[in-house]
Ligand binder design. Structure first.
Ligand code: NDP
Length: 495
């Protein structure tokens, strides 16, 4: 009875004396939206030679925010040529200590304009303001700061080698962390002495374009970074351009494979950071309340639009019931809705296409026989939304246990022994990340060794640091981003 009362109180605090949160919307009046945007080529904003444009919206309201240029082949060619000229004449010849000054400057401007960027990221992508403000922006600045520190120390980073830049890097990024992914890609490339052509995702171009303004404000020499907005065809034209020396891609495994086919035999350097289906493993000796917070952070952070999301919860059988019960109670307290509200935990799904994909996969889970439970919350009438969902009675063969859903949907499986946990965790075509929750340090070390995952978090989840290499095994891609390993991907270390 007491437990039921507590449950009710958590689900509907307003009934118990109006303890619900008041709205706390972040103001948007300090973000000036431009009606239309050009392409950043050779240090100038130019209209697309393709003359094509598309609209970009706020997924929480479906309101059109701006028009964005769609770069065609001619634009791609102009951008690659601008990057080549900047590489040959300026950037590859500049001492590392001088390159570092630009990176520091970019980092500082990002910090100064953090509020504006966070609001714009939330408006264009749908993620909660508390995440764009507290995660995306600080980490984006941190990536520039960190790599600025390496720019004049490459000889020390790779002793006995003569590190040399590769040339022009083509970088294609996804929509789940638009500014942060741009920072992940640009900072190491620039620190290593390469120039760049960057293609942001179609649904989330606005912060990348505003980053272009920051680069101009930092007086980065013209052509060192070129930004081409557009859709998949723009990305394909860029990665297939003959003037590119290195390709870095983050996105779906399907497109990653297509890029690999395009580059096969070309001798160009390639790094792929693709999908994931991470196991988050909870042993019976784990602190359950702490684990519940980690599970929630693992799958409901950024609406589950996270390549390393802990989308498969593996629970030791003896604690499955109490853990899932605690998890549901915690999920009932998640605040879903207006991403600009500072109390919101789960924002809008990034696009209608992504919402359709999540809906279809959840329907397949129900048809397969898994039991879905959804957090009881009211969803706004406009925009794209999905309730935080947990599936129990999941078999390993179900699509919801195998495929990347990329939404706020968790599949729960159980295990009895550590061996079974490892076997189930590795039973996936992916291998990007994993989590282990246990009181035993020795077990953490043993499991980390046996798990085919690029990152293994212990008693935590979704932690990122520019100094820590990130990347996958198997269909999650290859190459690392972050740390010295990430720098190596932008350098020729053969001599
Ligand atoms: P994509 O892989 O299509 O998009 C990633 C980036 O690649 C975007 O900039 C995209 O452009 C671009 N792109 C698309 N096609 C090509 C191509 N042929 N050559 C070069 N670049 C291309 O992901 P989606 O946005 O279509 O999402 C589909 C699924 O992929 C999601 O449901 C999710 O499961 C997974 N995904 C995984 C991510 C990860 O970080 N691992 C990130 C994003 C998605 P544009 O956006 O304009 O189409």
């Amino acid at each position: 009875m007491a437990e039921e009362l507590e449950r009710q109180r958590e689900r509907a605090p307003a009934q118990f004396g109006g303890l619900d949160y008041a709205p706390a919307p972040e103001a948007t009046d300090h973000v000036s939206l431009r009606a239309d945007h050009g392409l950043l080529i050779g240090g100038r904003w130019v209209a697309p030679a393709s003359e094509r444009r598309f609209k970009t919206i706020n997924p929480a309201t479906e309101e059109v925010l701006a028009e964005v240029a769609e770069a065609g082949e001619e634009d791609v060619d102009a951008a690659v040529k601008a990057a080549r000229a900047a590489y040959a004449k300026v950037w590859s010849r500049m001492p590392g200590a001088e390159r570092a000054k630009y990176l520091y400057r970019i980092a500082r401007i990002l910090q100064e304009r953090a509020r504006e960027f966070a609001v714009l990221e939330t408006m264009n992508g749908g993620k909660p303001i508390k995440e764009s403000r507290d995660v995306d922006l600080p980490l984006a600045a941190a990536h520039f700061f960190y790599h600025a520190g390496w720019a004049d120390k490459l000889d020390y980073a790779f002793p006995g080698r003569r590190p040399a830049p590769l040339g022009v890097a083509a970088q294609v990024i996804p929509w789940n962390f638009p500014l942060l992914m741009a920072a992940w890609k640009l900072a190491p490339a620039l620190a290593a002495g390469n120039t760049v052509v960057l293609k942001p995702a179609e649904t989330t171009s606005l912060t990348a374009l505003r980053l272009g303004e920051v680069l101009l404000e930092a007086e980065l020499p013209e052509g060192v970074v070129n930004i081409l907005t557009g859709a998949g065809a723009t990305g394909a034209a860029l990665v297939g351009h003959g003037g590119v020396d290195k390709v870095a891609f983050t996105g779906s495994t399907e497109v990653g494979k297509a890029i690999q086919r395009t580059l096969a035999g070309s001798g160009k350097k390639l790094t792929l950071e693709l999908g994931g289906k991470a196991a988050n493993i909870v042993f019976e000796d784990a602190p359950l309340d702490q684990a519940v917070e980690g599970i929630v952070n693992g799958i409901y952070f950024n609406q589950g639009h996270v390549c390393c999301a802990g989308s498969r919860l593996l629970v030791q059988e003896s604690i499955a019931e109490p853990l899932v019960d605690k998890l549901k109670r915690r999920m009932a307290t998640l605040r879903v809705g207006d991403p600009l509200d500072k109390n919101t935990d789960v924002g809008a799904i990034n696009s209608r296409a992504q919402l359709d994909k999540i809906t279809e996969l959840v329907a397949s889970g129900e048809a397969d026989g898994a039991q879905a439970w959804q957090a009881p919350c009211e969803l706004p009438t406009r925009g794209f939304w999905f309730r935080p969902t947990v599936f129990t009675s999941v078999a390993q063969s179900y699509r919801i246990a195998q495929e990347e859903i990329f939404g706020p949907v968790l599949s729960v499986l159980t295990f009895r022994t550590p061996d079974e946990a490892v076997e189930k965790a590795n039973n996936t075509p992916y291998g990007l990340s994993a989590g282990v929750w246990t009181d035993k340090g020795s077990r953490i070390l043993e499991l980390a060794n046996r798990m085919r995952a690029g990152v293994v978090w212990a008693n935590t989840f979704n932690r990122f640091d520019p100094a820590s290499p990130f990347g996958g095994y198997k269909e999650s891609g290859f190459g690392r981003e972050g740390g010295r390993h990430g720098l190596a991907a932008y350098l020729d270390l053969s001599s």
